[in-house]
Design a binder for this molecule. Structure first.
Ligand code: ADP
Length: 184
């Protein structure tokens, strides 16, 4: 799916984030910025030591990231020039500010991207793997945050891509988008 939102293309697609030809891809990182598993392991593997060493240097300098914060490293061997690392919330049932923290993670990445002159950015589905956030609940939070940001920053980005790893995740995001557009 592809829509135009005030000068920015929003794309929802199935795929592998490490293959995206965009200025920046987002990593669903852990607080220590270590490679770990899931999408983060894949990004560190594909990006190589330049990504892992830059992430480790940031960790040494500023300590562990708080949930919702974002930092940037070069993309190393990735097609993307940059990796924006953010930490999504761990799902604890929904009563521990998970939606606010998830929204903050997306927003931190978008703000960092715009501040660096990045024009095209691709996100994975933050928190819905090892961190246990149900994808049906995460999708509307992600999409509403992106939509609100684009309304507030018209034309600042040329493309925002959500890259969903599985067909089921893509379906959840497409449904969430329908729900958002129906409710205005
Ligand atoms: P978190 O710890 O934030 O939950 P995970 O990496 O465990 O992060 O999972 C986040 C999402 O990323 C999951 O939906 C998972 O299927 C997806 N994912 C894993 N590998 C890739 C990849 N190469 N490209 C895009 N998404 C991926």
């Amino acid at each position: 799916m592809e829509v135009e939102l005030g000068g920015t293309r929003l794309v929802l697609a199935q795929g592998d984030i490490t293959r995206q030809e965009v200025d920046a891809i987002v990593n669903a990182a852990n607080r220590e910025l270590t490679p770990g598993g899931g999408v983060s392991g894949a990004i560190h593997r594909a990006g190589g030591p330049e990504v892992t060493e830059a992430a480790a240097a940031i960790r040494r300098e500023r300590g562990p990231l708080a949930t919702g914060e974002a930092v940037i490293t070069p993309g190393g061997n990735l097609p993307a020039k940059w990796v924006i690392h953010t930490v999504g919330p761990v799902w604890h049932g929904g009563k521990k500010d998970e939606p606010e923290l998830l929204s903050k993670a997306y927003r931190s990445c978008l703000e960092l991207a715009v501040s660096r002159g990045i024009k095209t950015i691709a996100f994975p589905s933050i928190s819905t793997g090892a961190y246990g956030y149900p994808v049906e609940e995460a999708a509307p939070v992600a999409l509403q945050t992106i939509r609100d940001f684009l309304k507030e920053h018209p034309g600042a980005l040329s493309e925002v891509r959500m890259v969903l790893f599985s067909p089921a995740d893509l379906t959840a995001y497409l449904r969430a988008w329908e729900g958002l557009t129906e409710s205005g």
